[in-house]
Structures are given as structure tokens and as C-alpha cells.
Design a protein around this ligand. Sequence first.
Ligand code: TYD
Ligand code: MG
Length: 453
Amino acid sequence: MAKKQTIFVCQNCGAKAPKELGRCPACGEWGTYVEEVIEKSTGGKLLKVTAPPQTPIRIQDVISTEEIRIDTCSNELNRVLGGGLVPGSLVLIGGEPGIGKSTLVLQVVLQIQGIKTLYISGEESVKQIKLRAERLKQTDNNCYVVSETSLERIFEHIQSTQPNLVIIDSIQTIASEAVESSAGSLSQVRECAAQLLKFAKESNIPFFIIGHINKEGSIAGPKILEHIVDTVLQFEGDQNHMYRILRSIKNRFGSTSELGIFEMRQNGLREVSNPSELLLSQNHQGLSGIAIASAVEGIRPFLIEVQALVSSAAYGTPQRSSTGFDLRRLNMLLAVLEKRAGFKLMQKDVFLNIAGGLRVNDPAIDLAVLASVLSSSLDIPIDHDICMTGEIGLSGEIRPVNRIEQRIAEAQKLGFKRIIIPRYSSETPLKSSKIEITQVQKVEEAFRILFKK
Ligand code: TYD
Ligand code: MG
């Protein structure tokens, strides 16, 4: 028998080498080379697309039809997808093991109305899936399950079942016969994803594909998978917190700034449609180091609690630690505080935490971050009915933020009496009798209001 030919493939970028390399010359990653058997000659053939030749036409002449989207019966998921699931699309759901990916998709297929779904699991037996479904206490209509790892047989199952939606749990456990390397290797993942994409586009069946995340936080077989699929959703959260966040990283059919919030319960995931109420701890009156920010993720405003602890550093180099907020940005803000407001934090440890285990990218929470640090440092609590929003520039100026009306409206809805916002060149963006709107231009002004100096 002829000796099998093997090649070493970088699991990060797909570069090939005849021998194992410590560092990939193409992407610079260390220790990513894995030996793989060279693909059988039949491998490439399956991927050839024989599309009829097309002639270019003017864009005005292209007939656009109203896009039909499938309602997933989950408001949070629909929004993250950009208004529902597009037929024929490939949606990758990535996340760490145990975060709840299987639970999320199983719940979706059990909830979804009026369409036939096929749940293919390469990780669990049908009995295990049934147990989980019982735990979710949802009795379904039209959901078929099968435990399968061969891509070819998966296609057979799809052909015989004729579903309108297919779930693959997970891409790392399925393998195509066209490639000889083991399931989960880069060439298998790439081959399977490419074949699934071709199948989805031809049959117009949408797919949810689950993908595991490696320890660096990217989806295993990373960039390659992200380029192939239409939508990449990341399911994240802290194992110790019950909140789970579904974030859109790439979306050919919608915005990527959307966010879905869920809560992991004993009987499955519950949608959190009003995040503000959950993210604010109820009783913080009289406690220092807490500031409430009116933030926006995607198009949704919500109020979050920023907590800070400032204490004397025990050792020479003070500690700076931050959960849910960019540490470099925190350092920058602390430097602004020192320079502009004259607070000496050089000998202090600073710990910052966004309540609820949420990671926030909105720069408008800057003001609340500094206010909470200052509140802890001075040990003066901020009035519990004040909230704030504003991005801070390097010279201590408070810069205007987007969607200011929505931020004010959300604060008003939750019963805040006063909101501090950046000064706008035009007149007050929203006049309201219920909430007092204070415009500030510099951090010093905001601090004077908050700490009444
Ligand atoms: P799972 O969906 O299996 O995670 P993944 O597919 O991302 O690896 O979720 C597993 C975790 O969720 C497990 O630790 C138990 C928890 N869980 C609940 O708390 N409640 C539930 O109803 C279910 C089904 C799971
Ligand atoms: Mg799973």
C-alpha cells in the first residue's frame, strides 16, 4: 500500500508547509501547525459550481423582491439577525463550551412555528437531546433530530426529511469523506463549511452552524469559517453570571452592532427584553463608587451600573483592573482625571466593574466610569436618581454622543430625576418636564454637580 502523503497546515491561517514549523511565516502565530493527510483527488470536484453565464446589467434594472425572513419566534435572536432569518443563509454561532449554544438553538427549533426543522448533533445522542428538550419544557410540532457526524449522510438526511431549517451542532464534529484528516481539523472544517454553503444556496434552506471557540477566543478554524458564512454570531457571558449576550460580529443581512440579551435559567434561556431593570442593582443608595450610565448598544438604549473601587496600593506599582471595560481606556481616563481634575491616583489601586458581567463598547459610558472612580476615591456617594452619558476626550472635554434622545428617554422611563449630558451646539435635544437635563462641557463641571463642591 502506498504511504499516505501528509502535509502540515497552520490551523490559524491555512498556510501549508512540508514540515512542522514553530512559527507560521504567514500569520506569525506560534505552534499552530498540525499534520494533515493530503486530500483525496475527489475532494476538489464536489466544490465546482456550474452556474450559467451571466451578463452584467445596470443596477436600476435589477428586480428586487421584498426579502422574506423567517421569524425565529425569539425577539432577541430576530433582532441580532437583522429582522429574522434569511432563507438560504449560513449562520455561525460561536461560543465557549458550556455557554449555552446547544440550548439556544434547540429552544429556537422547538419554538419556531409552522416549519419543519432538522437538528443534527455530532456531540449528543438523540436521547440526550430529548432530555434537554424536556428540561426546556417545550413540546414541539415539527422538529426532527438525528445524531450524525458524516457530512455525506447529513445531506442524505436532509434530502429524506426535507426540512426548512437545519441545525449543525457542531461544525468541529462533522467530517466529509472527501478529506482524510480528522474532524475538527482546518481542512475538514473548511471543506464541510464550503459544502454546506453550496448546499444552502442551491436549496435555499437556512443553516445554523455551531462552532466552538478556542482558548484565544476566536472560532476554531477561525478566519476561514468567518469568510464562508453569511452571519457570525458570538454567544458570550460569564459562566458565573446568568446573563448571556448574543453579539453579531458579521452580518450580510443586517447591522453588526446588535445585541441580544438572555438569562440562563433552570429551564432554559429567557429573553431579557428590558435589560436596564436587570443591569441596575436595586439598592445602592448611599454607597460610594457607583455611577449609572445611559448606554446604547446597537439601537437599544439601556442603563448600566458602573462600579469602582479605589484603595491605597499595598505595593509600589498600583493595580489597575477592569471587567467589562477596556483597560487601556480606563488608564487613559485616569490620566485625564489626574491632569484635569487634579486627583492623584498614582498611589492607588483602581478596580472597575460593569455590573451584570456585560462588556460595553459604547464610549458614552466614559463619564460614568470617571464619576464612579472619583466617588470611590472621595468616598462620596452619587445621588441615586442621577445618571449620565458622555464620551471624554483627552483634554477633559465631554464630547457629544449619538442617540441622545433615546438615552434621555430611557433614563426618564426608569424614573431618574436628572441626567448629565454633553453640551450640544444646537439647543437642548429634548425638553422634558419629568427629567432635569444638565449639559456639561468639561469633566470638572460634571464633578462639581455630582459632588457639589
Ligand atoms: P449547552 O447548551 O450544553 O452549552 P454549549 O452547547 O454551548 O456547550 O449549555 C450547558 C449549560 O447550560 C450547562 O452548564 C447547564 C446550563 N443549562 C441551564 O442552566 N439550564 C437549562 O435549562 C439548560 C438546558 C442548560
Ligand atoms: Mg453543545
